[in-house]
Design a protein around this ligand. Structure first.
Ligand code: RIB
Length: 306
């Protein structure tokens, strides 16, 4: 039986400059190379899940420029349903200037552009498509009201939801996302959402439990190269990192979430789905680019067997 995932979220054009180091204020510095690619946390998660074999429907907004056409073509090329990708006249598409250092670490600026126009009405317009989904993914590169509305819609319609609260938003109203089935913050986002310090795993677990006490179903704390923590009402488990030499870490968190969504929606228990997602994300950092670095199902399966 085929499973289906929806993403109510962002898309961006990633403008990636590979630098030897970041310039100081006022300094002009030559950088060795530049690449453009499709990104945006929502689109990245959608593409990861689609490449692994999920049916994916994307609810997003593009602007009134050449990036919009390229973005729609990219969704189509990845087999993603674009019936709910709509254009905003007179507005730019989302763009993300990104700087990647030799260590693979990245710094990202985002311009939301058309993404800021994704509204609760767009979610209602996609209701029929969303009703057939196993899981709806969200991030914070669109208006918070749209995220709040989608969480409430999922609860009212019995569809599971996952919020990746990135980028961190200090003004996020926790009471309006508390009905989410899965919350997947990094440590910084968890500290902001819980109002508690998160400097080690003990604190991360306590902060995650404070959110579960407010109604959140399951918290998945992503810890970068240190793996992840699965915090459920009944237990806490650690997802060990998969060790690789990073080339470009951009979009690794999105690869992790998209892959988790795929494996969990296809019937894997949460912990097993997270372990596979960690392997999928680790593989992605060994290649340059965001979506460009995401493996297809056959290549990932071969990697797992090796
Ligand atoms: O998570 C990585 C993504 O963040 C990039 O693709 C960029 O577009 C920003 O949204």
């Amino acid at each position: 039986m085929s499973h289906k995932i929806a993403v109510v979220g962002s898309n961006m054009m990633d403008l990636v400059t590979y630098v030897t180091r970041m310039p100081a204020p006022g300094e002009t510095l030559e950088a060795p190379s530049f690449e453009m690619g499709h990104g945006g946390k929502g689109a990245n998660q959608a593409v990861a899940a689609a490449r692994l074999g999920s049916q994916v429907v994307m609810v997003t907004k593009v602007g009134d420029d050449a990036f919009a056409d390229a973005t729609i073509r990219n969704f189509e090329a990845n087999g993603i349903d674009t019936a709910h990708v709509t254009r905003v006249p007179g507005v730019s598409s989302g763009v993300a200037p990104i700087f990647v250092e030799p260590s693979g670490e990245n710094s990202i600026l985002i311009v939301q552009g058309a993404n800021a126009h994704l509204s609760p009405g767009d979610v209602d317009a996609a209701a029929e498509a969303l009703k057939g989904c196993d899981l709806i993914l969200m991030q914070m590169e669109v208006a918070p009201e749209t995220v709040y509305h989608t969480v409430a819609w999922g609860q009212a319609n019995g569809v599971k939801t996952l919020l990746n609260p990135a980028p961190a938003a200090a003004d996020l109203d926790v009471s309006k996302i508390a009905a989410v089935s899965f919350l997947a913050p990094n440590e910084t986002e968890l500290a902001i959402l819980s109002g508690m310090p998160v400097t080690d795993e003990t604190q991360a677990e306590a902060a995650a439990r404070s959110l579960i006490a407010k109604g959140v179903g399951t918290v998945i704390v992503t810890m970068g190269s240190r793996g992840a923590l699965l915090v459920e009402a009944a237990q806490t488990r650690r997802i060990e990192p998969v060790s690789v030499t990073p080339v470009d870490t951009t979009g690794a968190g999105d690869a992790f979430i998209g892959a988790f969504a795929h494996f969990h929606a296809s019937g894997e228990p949460v912990f097993d789905a997270l372990r596979k997602a960690a392997a999928y994300a680790a593989d992605s950092v060994t290649r340059r680019g965001t979506q460009k670095s995401y493996a297809r199902a056959a290549d990932f399966a071969a990697l797992q067997e090796a």
